[in-house]
Design a protein around this ligand. Structure first.
Ligand code: PMP
Ligand code: GLN
Length: 383
């Protein structure tokens, strides 16, 4: 393994899911739903396979049906106009979208500012692209993890090429506000930066609203917006994602994508095109269901004695383990299956400043209500 990757080991999600299987624990670690997305959409994938739609290499940019549906979705949900032919690119999940964007846009030595704690593939992809990551830490303040805009501004140097943003934010559940996004947009313009913004949780917002960074002045030429069907349609195994951006940026990212995967899963693209056109009630119900689960798990974790950071978005809740007499999230998460049959994720893996993340642990609530209820019962036995 080369030096760019040796630091990264095995992704925490694989490690924690293996631990859950090995110990027969409830898996609130890796974020994947335990109920598959809409049956009609799964049927659409079967129909596409049977009809021979996409069984051979689909077009590199994605099938026209899906690109049109992505553009329509951006218009319908966010009021953003994108040309499906030149401003949309289908990717193999948001993961490939992040990788291809960084590989396409970074020169070796370029600095990338990422909000810490950051999703684990960001650090690895920045490294693979030869970039240098510059973390800006979201700090706990009054029950939420907040971005310090002055710290963000201070992190920009002449070598900064781009900001890698994520809102709603995994793992903290923070949803950046209109004011924060406006400030980030202004900073990008002032310092001539690109922004790659990972908005895969765009529909999972319980407090406030998700505003795409692309909707701010000056952003159309600077922003690559990433999303994916995995979270919105509870189909994480399909690995269909997309970017929307200016024609120049799409062309750049496609240059990298063509040599990573060439194209992405054909029949699933047709089904996701249908999913994106589901009525508003689908998105409302998804949000309502997850809001109730967020409340159930957040309240249960508080009763179990944790300090809980109730998330404004995503399907993760972060807790502080110190009230339970623990201070090292790794030791805590490794022991948790033995102690009570639950798996969670140690947030310190998402930090360069490991000590900052040491007291924090993430639980996923995209699980059936009975599973969450049982997990809460078990966690209450910890004290
Ligand atoms: N970005 C973030 C912030 C995520 O939480 C995830 C979830 N796995 C991804 C990207 C990857 O998305 P996908 O499964 O579509 O590759
Ligand atoms: N995004 C999911 C999480 O944060 C899992 C993704 C993965 O396993 N790579 O848990």
């Amino acid at each position: 393994l080369n030096r760019r990757l040796t630091d990264f080991g095995t992704t925490i999600f694989a490690e924690m899911s293996a631990l859950a299987v090995r110990t027969g624990s409830i898996n609130l670690g890796q974020g994947f739903p335990d109920t598959d997305g809409p049956e009609a959409i799964r049927e659409a994938a079967v129909r596409a396979v049977r009809a021979g739609h996409g069984n051979q290499y689909p077009p590199g940019p994605g099938v026209p049906e899906l690109r049109a549906a992505v553009a329509e979705h951006q218009q319908r949900h966010h009021g953003l106009a994108y040309d499906p032919d030149t401003e949309v690119l289908v990717t193999t999940g948001a993961t490939e979208a992040v990788a291809a964007s960084l590989l396409a846009l970074l020169e070796p030595g370029d600095e990338v500012i990422a909000l810490e704690p950051y999703y684990d593939s960001y650090a690895a992809c920045i490294a693979m692209a030869g970039g240098t990551r510059v973390p800006v830490t979201l700090r706990p303040h009054e029950g939420a993890f907040r971005l310090d805009l002055d710290e963000l501004r201070a992190a920009v140097t002449p070598r900064t090429r781009l900001i890698l943003l994520n809102t709603p934010h995994n793992p903290t559940g923070t949803v950046l506000s209109r004011e924060e996004l406006a400030a980030i947009a202004a900073l990008a313009c002032e310092r001539d930066l690109l922004v790659v913004t990972d908005e895969v949780y765009e529909h999972l917002v319980f407090e406030g609203e998700h505003i795409p960074l692309a909707s701010f002045p000056g952003m159309r030429e600077r922003v690559v917006t990433i999303s994916s069907a995995g979270k919105t349609f509870s189909l994480t195994g399909w690995k269909i994602g997309w970017i929307t951006a200016s024609p120049e940026l799409v062309t750049a990212v496609r240059s990298a994508k063509q040599f990573l995967t060439y194209v992405s899963g054909g029949p699933f693209q047709y089904a996701v095109a249908e999913a994106l056109r589901l009525p508003g009630s689908y998105f409302d119900e998804l949000r309502a269901d997850l809001r109730a689960k967020r409340d159930l798990l957040s309240e249960g974790l508080a009763e179990a004695g944790f300090d809980v950071y109730r998330p404004a978005g995503t399907y993760f809740v972060t807790v502080d383990i110190r009230p339970l007499g623990a201070e090292d999230c790794f030791a805590f998460c490794r022991a948790l299956p033995e102690r009570c049959g639950v798996v969670a994720v140690p947030n310190a893996v998402f930090y360069d400043h490991r000590a900052q993340g040491a007291p924090f642990v993430r639980f996923a609530f995209c699980k059936r209500t009975d599973v969450l209820t049982e997990a809460v019962t078990r966690l209450k036995g910890l004290r």
